[in-house]
Design a protein around this ligand. Structure first.
Ligand SMILES: C[S@@+](CC[C@H](N)C(=O)[O-])C[C@H]1O[C@@H](n2cnc3c(N)ncnc32)[C@H](O)[C@@H]1O
Length: 229
């Protein structure tokens, strides 16, 4: 199924856990109040390229957690515009701290569910997408809350240009199996693995994330890299 069909319901069920947590430090609170509004993805955005005039590509990270990967990729690639989505305010505050500390001007942020944004984006406007260690929702009855679902992949595929790169990582075996099945079942995502090392070893350009270092999963991390075709 490679048709670029619009999804029916962009927000079918909540895929994330808590959005609030311990109180923020005064510095973090100030960043959320002052810097976040300046970097926020505008409501109703359809063409993300307008956020990054002159940028070579637009990348999207969904569920960036503490922002370690988002900030480092943006720092390494000033020629790229990077959008990060994360509903958890503490993670957002950490990312803002990194953005400010590195003086980054090529990041825009959404403190909310990424799915309605993806669904509203113009066809073919994303060049690269990272989904790293999404909430695993391990219990059988919770698995419907996993981000990777056929409807979402249809929506993501539509927003990706032909040749866009999509990376998914998890350390939960049942999620790895399920997600790979959904990506391949969609038909528009070409799995780039040629040997087992291609999914067993972290890609050379990967930046280790906080969640990854916790090793909470039931398997070693797996890395699935796809090309939208
Ligand atoms: C298990 S954490 C991993 C965070 C980070 N990628 C890492 O590896 O450290 C998953 C994150 O995805 C976020 N998340 C879950 N569903 C999301 C959605 N629909 N849109 C944006 N972020 C989401 C959660 O709030 C959470 O912070």
């Amino acid at each position: 199924m490679t048709d670029k069909a619009a999804p029916v319901d962009p927000r079918p069920i909540r895929t994330f856990g808590r959005v609030g947590g311990r109180s923020l430090s005064a510095r973090q609170q100030a960043l959320v109040e002052d810097l976040l509004p300046r970097l926020a993805v505008p409501e109703g955005l359809s063409d993300p390229r307008m956020l990054f005039p002159g940028a070579r590509e637009v990348w999207l990270e969904i569920g960036f957690g503490g922002g370690e990967h988002l900030v480092e990729q943006a720092r390494r690639h000033p020629e790229v515009g990077v959008i990060g989505c994360e509903p958890f305010i503490e993670g957002m505050a950490k990312a803002l701290t990194g953005i400010e500390a590195n003086g980054l001007t090529n990041v825009r942020l959404l403190m909310d569910d990424a799915r309605p944004l993806v669904a509203a984006l113009d066809e073919g406007c994303l060049d690269r997408v990272f989904i790293l260690f999404p909430d695993p929702w391990r219990k059988k009855r919770q698995q419907k809350r996993r981000l990777i679902q056929p409807d979402f992949l249809a929506s993501l595929y539509r927003a990706c240009r032909k040749g866009a790169r999509v990376r998914f990582a998890t350390d939960v075996a049942s999620y790895a199996d399920e997600a790979l099945g959904y990506f391949l079942g969609h038909g528009g995502f070409d799995w780039q693995a040629k040997s087992a090392d291609d999914w067993r070893l972290a890609p050379a350009d990967h930046v280790t994330t906080r969640y990854e270092t916790k090793k909470l999963g039931d398997c070693a991390p797996v890395w699935f890299n796809f090309l939208a075709q």
